[in-house]
Design a protein around this ligand. Structure first.
Ligand code: UT7
Length: 368
């Protein structure tokens, strides 16, 4: 059976930094409280022109570059996000257009902060079935647009960013070895964006009642996380036939440093085997694991043969774990001419998309 190997990786982090001190001037909080209760020191905020799709495209381009493949080779694009550009078209279709990935099917996946792990599971199953060869899996979020900047319970936690991997079919023994996914909808109201959907369509009332912002019962989500993460980690390792001793790197969803510490104590992992970048980016939801994975490779914390465990949890409630064996080495630097060709290709993709839009208008609208 073919396996889904991680052949490329990329990330995009917006420029603007929002520190805890900045937040203490916006709401009744302090750097000391935020650091002690969450481990977060700063987070990144998307610029006015940036959206989930634009950040996803940047991360995806980097991942394709590392994998040394062109966008025309991609069979499927999955974007895990809770903050799509629109309800429809999907953010994945916006990415498909921007990349010029003309052969690719594209869809979004909503599983809160577990979205990337869910997307990896779906993509791996499709690769293993032989349905697809190459998948772009992206986790991207612009949480700053749904954060209530007057609510100190939530606004100190979240940040923006995107991470992407290219999965390619490869031999058994490496790549994604096991996935465990779970959900418990009875906890849906613990972490919710109440307004804007078919239950509470946007109206003056939903805006006045701040229903277009994240609402969270932090303490309950915390208790859920420290219970579910060790369990799903053990289940996924068991399914892969490996043990904790085999794990080279553990990448948990970056939500709260105290959750990570509790999990590490529970599963008895040496802290040196845990990757965390929470203090710099905060909680970027579905983007947190791919950003961390990408950083870990860039910092040479992963080499071919290493076993990595990624564990997510979040809104739904949902949870999931992936066990994978790293197989691809760090790529050699990309020559300048090649980078130029790639840029040219993306510019042509944009032109092509513009021409196609023109074609739709002239051909169909003109006859309507
Ligand atoms: O990505 C997926 C899901 N999200 C999570 O994983 C979040 C999980 N939960 C958490 O990370 C934590 O529950 C929080 C960081 C959200 C809150 O930490 P906590 O230790 O659970 O605090 P708490 O909610 O129990 O609140 C303790 C006190 C309260 O004051 P009183 O009622 O004891 O007087 C809060 O009002 O801390 C207060 N508080 C704050 N104080 C200063 C809450 N937020 C803040 C703040 N600054 N930003």
């Amino acid at each position: 059976m073919p396996r889904a190997h991680v052949a490329g990786w990329g990330k995009y982090i917006p420029q603007r930094v929002l520190t805890n001190d900045d937040l203490s001037r916006m709401v009744d909080t302090s750097d000391a409280w935020i650091v002690a209760r969450t481990g977060i020191r700063e987070r990144r905020i998307a610029g006015e022109e940036e959206t989930t799709a634009t950040m996803a495209v940047q991360a995806a381009r980097q991942a394709l570059e590392v994998a040394r493949i062109g966008p025309e080779k991609v069979d499927l694009i999955i974007v895990a996000t809770a903050t799509p550009d629109y309800f429809f078209p999907s953010t994945a279709c916006l990415v498909q257009k921007a990349l010029g990935a003309n052969r690719a099917a594209a869809f979004d996946l909503a599983a809160g902060c577990t979205g990337f792990v869910y997307a990896l599971g779906v993509a791996a199953a499709m690769v293993e079935s032989g349905a697809v060869q190459t998948v772009l899996v992206i986790g991207a979020e612009t949480l700053s647009r749904i954060t209530d900047w007057a609510d100190r319970n939530t606004c100190v936690l979240f940040g923006d960013g995107a991470g992407a991997v290219v999965l390619r079919a490869g031999p058994d023994g490496g790549g994604i070895l096991a996935t465990v996914l779970g959900a418990d909808g009875s906890g849906g109201d613990l972490l919710i964006l109440p307004g804007g959907g078919s239950r509470h369509p946007a109206s003056h009332r939903t805006v006045a009642e701040r229903m277009h912002f994240i609402r969270m019962q932090g303490r309950d989500v915390f208790r859920f996380a420290v219970r579910v993460v060790p369990t799903v980690t053990r289940q996924a390792l068991e399914r892969s036939g490996l043990s904790l001793d085999d794990v080279a790197l553990f990448i948990p969803h970056q939500a709260n440093g105290r959750i990570i510490e509790s999990v590490v104590r529970d599963v008895k992992l040496p802290p040196g085997k845990v990757y965390s970048n929470l203090e710099r980016y905060g909680n970027t939801s579905a983007a947190s694991i791919p950003i961390a994975l990408c950083e870990a490779v860039e910092k040479e914390r992963l080499k071919p043969g290493d076993v990595v465990v990624c564990v997510g949890f979040g809104a739904g409630l949902t949870w999931g774990a992936t066990v994978l064996r790293w197989t691809y080495p760090q790529p050699a630097p990309v020559p300048v001419w090649r980078r130029f060709l790639r840029r040219l290709r993306y510019a042509l993709a944009a032109l092509r998309s513009w021409l196609r839009r023109l074609w739709w208008r002239v051909f169909f609208v003109g006859r309507g």
